[in-house]
Write a protein of this length. Structure first.
Length: 271
């Protein structure tokens, strides 16, 4: 693991693979950390890519910024990380909140993006009801901690049938959620409630785009992925069978096959 100081916080990250390989920056969702991407980091490294997986501000081993952290704050952190690594342009991808951070990154730093990978995410701004829910949840996590929440949502983070069928995966996902600092989770929830509507910026994306979604995702179902595909007509869409909201963890071989095929066939390696 590596660490760097940026924008008032210490950010921890993994940087695997050859320094000359095509860089792929993968952004975890809420309330997880960089190890969510362990199966993808291994596959990318084996295939000769450079895999960069940070702990976002407030998650994993990175410093917590209490209060509110906007998606734009996360995006600017990641731009600073690429600067630190002397990477001008990268494939940028994320799952759930990480997908929204990827869209925000492209909105703010389009010249840094070689391609986008959007997994199990949605483009619209938060609804009024959603804003109220996220702020109430932030209050709850600060008051109660992460344990009760983690137990309540595990059968939505994973397809319900995978919780029992994949005890190792469920255990790993639960451990990440329970280990997250409630202050970091709450700050991100409050910031995410104020996200912009990415339906305004996605039609301008000209870089290659891969959209992935678990076939049985209840948080951001296949219809959400198809809506993004409609906004970006040249995007590729891969529906991962027998998976829910975290197909990269539930079905890593299928997820990795789609990702590597996209990188091999759609993403140029030169500038």
């Amino acid at each position: 693991m590596n660490a760097m100081n940026l924008r008032g916080a210490t950010l921890h990250y993994d940087d695997f693979g050859p320094s000359t390989g095509l860089p792929v920056l993968l952004i975890h969702g809420h309330p997880f950390n960089r190890t969510l991407w362990a199966p993808q980091a291994a596959a990318l490294t084996e295939a000769g890519y450079r895999s960069i997986t940070p702990d976002l501000r407030g998650y994993g081993r990175s410093d917590v910024t209490p209060g509110k952290v906007l998606l734009s704050d996360f995006a600017d952190d990641l731009a600073a990380l690429l600067d630190h690594l002397s990477i001008e342009r990268a494939v940028v991808g994320g799952v759930s909140m990480g997908g929204q951070i990827s869209m925000e990154f492209h909105r703010r730093h389009p010249q840094r993006v070689r391609a986008l990978v959007l997994s199990d995410t949605s483009a619209p701004a938060e609804t009024d009801e959603g804003k109220e829910f996220r702020n109430r949840l932030a209050d709850r996590l600060l008051a109660e901690g992460m344990d009760g929440y983690a137990g309540e949502v595990i059968d939505k983070m994973l397809a319900a049938y995978n919780v029992d069928a994949m005890p190792d995966v469920a255990g790993r996902v639960l451990a990440m959620m329970r280990a997250t600092d409630p202050r970091g989770a709450a700050a991100a929830l409050r910031g995410r409630a104020e996200r912009p509507d990415y339906r305004d910026s996605l039609p301008a994306v000209r870089e290659p785009v891969l959209i992935l979604v678990g076939a049985d995702d209840v948080y951001t179902p296949v219809a959400d992925a198809e809506a993004i595909r409609h906004l970006i007509p040249h995007a590729a869409l891969a529906v991962i069978e027998k998976a829910g909201h975290l197909p990269g963890a539930e079905q890593p071989e299928r997820f990795n096959a789609a990702l590597l095929d996209f990188l091999t066939t759609q993403v140029p390696t030169g500038d």
